[in-house]
Design a protein around this ligand. Structure first.
Ligand code: SOE
Length: 398
């Protein structure tokens, strides 16, 4: 494959739609933070690298309360217009899809209003703060029959997608164990306030929960996708710093998010799961790791080395049997025929380009772009069960 890719002739232009032939999909993005940038980059890059998709995202409007900063964002990223009220954005006839990149407490109202207005809805993870808040969102998009997806982007790291394909091929056999970590260290300082830009993640009113909804939700989404449903959980949470100044009030207020969360669980397929997440693991910035052990083979993956998949196959000849470290960069690997040539890497931002490509393809095929709101509801249920288990110090069914 590698040689073929190096030698491949350029495709004849007539087989690819020109940009003007593609169907425009007018995007209204709400929120210009870190996630607003990752999504915008996805929309901008997708047609360059996925020429087969029939749609062409148009950065029609950016919406945020701070008009000056929204204008700056629009100029930098190439949005055609600015709105300061998401209701006005949703009311516009020239917007096809609303993309929600705001703090978690705003997801439900924006998504429900967008669906009711007949707009497609793309929502940053987690779907909302709780299952209770998430369910009406699922009902709204399903009632309206609008395309929807949640940006659990790590599914679309090529190595993780390959893990899914290997598991589905049956190579692992019966699964015994699934374990995942998501470790960070950015909230260790007591001086860090809660609330406000970026720091809303420390404020339970805005975020819903701490590491459970912010980080473990990623691990849970991937776990359900790779290994099926989680049946019950037993969890421990800790809040290491009990009070922080709130950005809005300037006063010290109780911290009510979970700073760290550990849980173990049963999967419906009979395997055991072990999960850990914290923002207090000094030295770890975004160490998302996962491992799955089956009777015949095992797989492990690490976000800090995202283009590698480690694979152990017990059926290998015993003298050379061992963990293989597979560099996921070949055109045979998921998504990678769209990028460079074998041996050259892609990164974090590409996962968002992949999600846009899959979303646009889903509009052509009519197949949902996973995870849908309903898929993300299952993750919300597990998060709620985890938090309830920790609060009540008991096992909880999902
Ligand atoms: C938190 O630091 C955070 O940015 C999450 O909000 C993202 O979902 C995760 O992918 C990286 O870490």
């Amino acid at each position: 494959m590698g040689v073929i890719r190096h030698l491949r002739k350029p495709k004849i232009l007539t087989t690819i739609q020109t940009m003007s032939e593609k169907k425009p999909l007018n995007i209204g993005l709400v929120g210009y933070g870190f996630m607003g940038r990752t999504h915008s980059n996805g929309y901008k890059r997708v047609n360059d690298f996925f020429p087969d998709v029939e749609y062409r995202p148009v950065l029609k409007a950016i919406c945020a309360r701070n008009e000056e900063r929204a204008n700056d964002f629009a100029s930098q990223w190439g949005f055609e217009s600015v709105e300061t009220d998401w209701k006005a954005l949703i009311a516009r006839d020239d917007i096809d899809a609303i993309d929600i990149c705001t703090p978690n407490d705003t997801h439900a109202s924006i998504a429900i209003a967008a669906a009711e207005a007949g707009k497609m809805v793309l929502c940053e993870k987690p779907l909302a703060r709780t299952t209770e808040e998430s369910l009406p969102m699922v009902e709204a998009v399903e009632r309206a029959g609008v395309a929807n997806t949640v940006w659990y982007n790590y599914r679309r790291v090529p190595a993780v997608t390959l893990a899914k394909q290997i598991i589905e091929s049956g190579k692992l056999g019966k699964i015994f164990h699934y374990r995942a970590n998501f470790l960070q260290d950015w909230t260790i300082s007591e001086e860090l306030p809660q609330g406000g830009e970026g720091l809303w993640r420390l404020d339970a009113a805005a975020a819903g929960s701490g590491v459970t909804g912010d980080l473990l939700a990623h691990c849970i989404d991937t776990a359900i996708w790779l290994n099926g449903s989680i049946s019950d959980v037993s969890a421990v949470t800790e809040t290491f710093i009990k009070e922080r100044v709130h950005t809005d009030t300037g006063e010290k207020q109780a911290v009510t998010i979970d700073d760290a969360c550990l849980f173990h669980c049963h999967f419906a397929n009979g395997s055991l799961g072990l999960f850990e997440s914290t923002r207090y693991a000094r030295g770890h910035k975004a160490l998302y790791t996962l491992e799955i052990n089956g009777e015949n083979a095992s797989i492990r993956w690490d976000l800090h080395d995202l283009n590698r998949l480690e694979y152990f196959d017990h059926s290998d000849e015993s003298t050379v049997r061992g963990w293989r470290s597979i560099h996921i960069s070949d055109g045979d690997h998921p998504y990678l025929d769209k990028w460079w040539v074998p041996g050259l890497c892609i990164g974090y931002e590409h996962t968002f380009v992949h999600q846009v490509a899959d979303f646009l393809s889903s509009l052509s095929s009519g197949e949902p772009c996973k995870p849908t709101f309903r898929d993300a509801l299952e993750t919300a249920r597990v998060c709620d069960a985890v938090l309830a288990s920790a609060a009540e110090r008991s096992w909880k069914d999902v």
